[in-house]
Design a protein around this ligand. Structure first.
Ligand SMILES: Nc1ncnc2c1ncn2[C@@H]1O[C@H](COP(=O)(O)OP(=O)(O)OP(=O)(O)O)[C@@H](O)[C@H]1O
Ligand SMILES: [Mg+2]
Length: 535
């Protein structure tokens, strides 16, 4: 030590490493645990998305029950049960307690979960706020068991206790735990809204929520079809960064960079690799990908960007589907009118496919009911997962705000009974942050959202205009028809002709002028729901 100032040796006596679990223990807000209402919604979100992914991967129509009970102020018991494939006994600890482990993060396939953090995050949050483990019941169809799982914060290793075999008739997964620093609230950010929106984005599921006051919310499935299974694909060369390339290269089992490139990426044939060799001359394509360095990876990515490519495959996308979306909106929002638009897949950042679906609901129970009346609302969703937070920075909100709603007959979006429901699908949704609640404002995504919104809004406008003109016609008809009887009496007195014959003729004249057969139909239509296909 020089004087009283510590030198490097002194300072670095304190040098330590921390596990990923220790990191998230201090930074749980990064996982969505910030604010009591949001924390509770995050827990339900993590378990429900896992249940949906698990069921869909096993080809099972998801049936999920969620129960939230209040244990004391700011402390809740949450239980989520599904009818999915369950988790094998030997992996249950790693799957539900360790962070950064799972069956999804290493595959390039569109699923809700991506990182292997969600379930472990819940286990950690329970430990931090109550010191309790998570109780698990799992059945794979062949065997079943129950146990408690927790995590060793220093090592990120699972701690399993109370392991017991169960009769094999339980199939699926049930997780339950106690969570402090939580609050149940029936608001736009609460669990009930989250479950309702989950049902909206996933018409093929049945989901039941029991709220702390015992109120049951049941959303039955709106369609009898499972969504198309997303295909596992390889990334397109135009959609990867230098960092991605290095990560892929360092974990591949291929021996040479050339074979690694043609095996790992879509559209990269051996002849394309030969073309790349001419551009990235300084890279040794025969060496092991494990020894690939940053400057070399940079050259390869630059080379890729300068070459001509076939567009990426789009069958990796699993959308909700226009008809399914309409059924769900009809069932859950119950509006007067629905207009749905499913756009063809497009590309962002040069090589990442995505697709947008837009549903506009108008009238009836559409919009958000507030004390000041019904207001327009935006329901955002990405890969069929509702996004309830950080709306102000999301590409979807931005696109909706950029639409000139007046042009489509909506005088003030904030004051009309309108709900705009948007889902974006992609293997790689560009979220703004680790909390995955807002889609970043990529220009291609905003543009595509706007086109979809305008298409849906146009269809809706035609319907509204038709209804308004019918309404005007109908009220004129009713005004005039009131005088027909009196006029017939007067004319009969003047001409001496039969009153009923005159009245009949007068009615025919009025009806032919104001063709109210349509008006009558329109008022009947109000009871039904329809999609106006006219452009
Ligand atoms: N209900 C379930 N049914 C079947 N498997 C499950 C279930 N819940 C979790 N798993 C398994 O546990 C793994 C870890 O789940 P976890 O939520 O931590 O990560 P993830 O879903 O892969 O990614 P993300 O962090 O984005 O949620 C999953 O990848 C899956 O293999
Ligand atoms: Mg998950």
């Amino acid at each position: 030590m020089a004087g009283d100032k510590p030198d490097a040796e002194e300072i670095f006596k304190e040098f330590k490493e921390q596990s990923i679990t220790q990191f998230f223990r201090k930074n749980s807000q990064m996982l969505g645990y910030s604010g009591k209402v949001r924390s509770l919604t995050t827990i339900v979100h993590e378990y429900v998305t896992n249940s949906l992914d698990g069921c869909e991967e096993a080809g099972i129509f998801p049936e999920i029950t969620v129960e939230v009970k209040e244990l004391s102020e700011n402390k809740h018991h949450v239980k989520v049960t599904d009818n999915g494939p369950g988790i094998p006994q030997k992996l249950v600890g790693k799957a539900l307690a360790s962070i950064l482990s799972g069956t999804k993060f290493h595959r390039y396939v569109q699923q809700r979960g991506q990182q292997g953090i969600g379930a472990g995050g819940c286990t950690l949050f329970s430990a931090i706020t109550t010191g309790k483990p998570i109780a698990v019941k799992s059945g794979t169809g062949k065997s079943a068991f129950e146990c408690n799982v927790a995590v060793d914060i220093k090592t990120n290793k699972p701690l399993i206790t109370e392991m017991k075999d169960l009769p094999a008739d339980f199939k699926g997964l049930s997780v339950q735990g106690e969570f402090g620093d939580t609050k149940y609230e029936r608001s736009d950010h609460g669990v009930q809204e989250y479950i309702k929106r989950t049902a909206l984005s996933n018409p093929h599921i049945t989901i039941k929520l029991t709220e702390p006051d015992g109120k049951e919310n049941i959303f039955l499935k709106s369609v009898n079809e499972m969504p198309k299974r997303p295909k596992q694909t390889k990334p397109h060369p135009l959609g990867i960064s230098t960092r991605d390339l290095l990560d892929f290269a360092h974990t591949t089992d291929k021996n040479k960079i050339s074979s690694f490139l043609s095996e790992s990426f879509s559209r990269v044939s051996p002849s394309k690799v030969a073309e790349l060799k001419e551009i990235a001359k300084e890279v040794d394509f025969d060496k092991s990908p494990k020894s690939l360095l940053w400057p070399e990876a940079e050259k390869i990515v630059e080379g890729f960007r300068g070459m001509k490519w076939m567009a990426p495959e789009t069958d990796s996308l699993s959308t909700i589907g226009a008809q399914q979306m309409e059924s769900a909106m009809l069932n859950i929002i119950n509006p007067q009118f629905i207009s749905v638009t499913e756009r063809k897949p497009k590309i962002f950042k040069g090589g990442i496919p995505f697709a947008v679906e837009i549903g506009i609901a108008y009238g009836g129970d559409a919009g958000k009911v507030t004390e000041e009346g019904t207001k327009g609302n935006i329901m955002r969703s990405a890969n069929k997962v509702p996004l309830l937070f950080d709306g102000s920075v999301c590409a979807i909100t931005e696109a909706v705000n950029q639409i000139q709603w007046k042009r489509y007959g909506i005088k003030n979006f904030d004051e009309e009974p309108i709900s705009v429901f948007v889902n974006i699908s992609s293997v790689y949704i560009p979220y703004n942050g680790i909390g995955k609640q807002a889609v970043s404002q990529e220009p291609e995504i905003i543009e595509e959202l706007k086109l979809g919104l305008m298409e849906s809004a146009r269809k809706m406008q035609i319907h509204i205009n038709k209804q308004r003109s019918m309404h005007t016609m109908e009220s004129r008809y009713r005004t005039i028809i009131r005088y027909v009887s009196q006029l017939a009496t007067n004319l009969s007195e003047i001409t001496g002709e039969d009153k009923s014959a005159i009245e009949k003729r007068l009615r025919e004249i009025v009806e032919s002028k104001y063709d109210i057969s349509d008006a009558k139909e329109t008022s009947e239509e109000k009871e039904e729901f329809e999609t106006d296909e006219e452009e």
